[in-house]
Design a binder for this molecule. Structure first.
Ligand SMILES: *Cc1c(COP(=O)(O)O)cnc(C)c1O
Length: 388
């Protein structure tokens, strides 16, 4: 439909999968791996140890062969029984996923509906809790990827903890690496994530970390593939219960090695800088931010301006420039563009993404001065330290 611009490679600007660095891609090339070997156990266990500080926990995060939803399901099944009362926060497609999971597993579910693009308040969550006799667990996202809203779990959980004593389970699938997570310090009982978001791997691995408290409250439900207790025992020695996606484990090892060398604090600062620059660029282009009250360091959601067909815009970016942005889903179809800056994304990647947006918007008939977005982004990413 659109003529491909010359010599443009495919690039990912969608919130998962994210760009895979070369060292990570090369690590996946290792094919002669026996997963029941001391060499593999060592690599697997090292991955767990290096995931722990990213989750902010002293317990060992478990590595599962699944997409992120598998980790969500494993946590819900492990911590709730049929008929348990739970509260789910639904502020978009992923909150809806917690709700569907809880209902599928026959929990008595109270839903906190959050307007799309906004973050929930602790008061709204506590109201839902007060409607129940004894809430077993609250399930929420840290970053609602479908709308680009970040929920500030730090202060939110602190407020909840003033009166709420049950379990708190956070889907941090798209927030880890871009936003801090200190599950032990913040008194969170379960955190899940996935390989194709901040970790810069292709999809296929999911992670689940449980607090000591959560380990002490496992449900009596039947389970088999996702038996976290069984995984916990084996993974302490680097053994997964089932055949793991071994090539992805090597890739994870390479990605974590890189993050470990750079230091997670610096990586978090980098994401904050990119996000700030992206927001400044969007505004300088004369566009509006969608999740304006709950900005995320993972992705920037942009309101498609009047007169522009949002779906066509996303299609143009893909077909003409090879740039994979994400559109909106359901009620947001055609209304927003989601611009991810999660994972192994550089300042220059961000500039390319903004330049592509400027070209594509211009071609779709939107009036803007080319370069305003790029200029604002660059000005917001100037390094203040001349030593660098
Ligand atoms: C990507 C994502 C998931 C998991 O999706 P999968 O397709 O199962 O990997 C869950 N929650 C959030 C917030 C996500 O961004």
């Amino acid at each position: 439909m659109f003529q491909r611009d010359l010599f443009t490679p495919d690039r990912l600007f969608c919130p998962g999968p994210t760009p895979v660095p070369k060292s990570v891609a090369l690590a996946m090339g290792e094919t002669s791996i026996y997963h029941r070997s001391d060499e593999f156990y060592k690599v697997f266990r090292r991955c767990g140890d290096r995931l722990a500080p990213i989750f902010g926990t002293s317990t060992l995060p478990l590595i599962l062969t699944a997409s992120g939803s598998g980790a969500m399901e494993s946590v819900l099944v492990s911590l709730t029984d049929v008929g348990d009362e739970v509260v789910v926060v639904n502020g978009g497609k992923f909150g809806e996923r917690w709700e569907k999971l809880a209902k599928a597993y026959k929990c008595e579910t109270e839903t906190v509906q959050v307007p799309w693009g906004q973050a929930p308040t602790a008061a709204a969550i506590l109201t839902a809790v007060s409607r129940q006799k004894q809430t077993k667990a609250i399930f929420l996202q840290a970053n609602e990827t479908s709308t680009g809203a970040y929920y500030k779990v730090d202060s939110l959980v602190k407020e909840l903890r003033r009166s709420y004593k049950g379990l708190i389970c956070v889907d941090a699938i798209s927030s880890l690496i871009a936003h801090p997570m200190k599950m032990d310090e913040w008194a969170i009982d379960a955190v899940v994530s996935g390989s194709q978001k901040g970790f810069g791997l292709p999809p296929g691995l999911a992670f689940a970390a449980l607090s000591e408290r959560a380990w002490g409250q496992l449900s009596a439900r039947p389970r088999f593939y996702f038996d976290l207790e069984k995984e916990r025992k084996g993974q302490a020695e680097g053994r997964s219960a089932w055949t793991p996606a071994a090539s992805l484990v090597f890739a994870l090892d390479a990605a974590l090695q890189h993050l470990h060398e750079v230091g997670i604090e610096r990586v978090l600062d980098h994401h904050a800088t990119l996000a700030k620059a992206a927001r400044a660029a969007v505004q300088a282009m004369g566009l509006e931010l969608f999740a304006v009250t709950a900005p995320s360091n993972t992705l920037t959601s942009i309101t498609v301006p009047a007169g522009v067909d949002g779906q066509r815009l996303v299609k143009r970016l893909r077909q003409r420039f090879g740039m994979f942005f994400a559109g909106g889903q359901d009620e947001l179809k055609g209304k927003i563009v989601r611009f991810s800056h999660l994972g192994f994304v550089s300042r220059f990647d961000l500039i390319d993404g903004i330049a592509a947006l400027e070209f594509a918007l211009r071609e779709e008939g939107f009036h803007l001065d080319l370069g305003n977005g790029v200029k604002a982004a660059m000005q917001n990413m100037v390094s203040s330290n001349a030593q660098q």
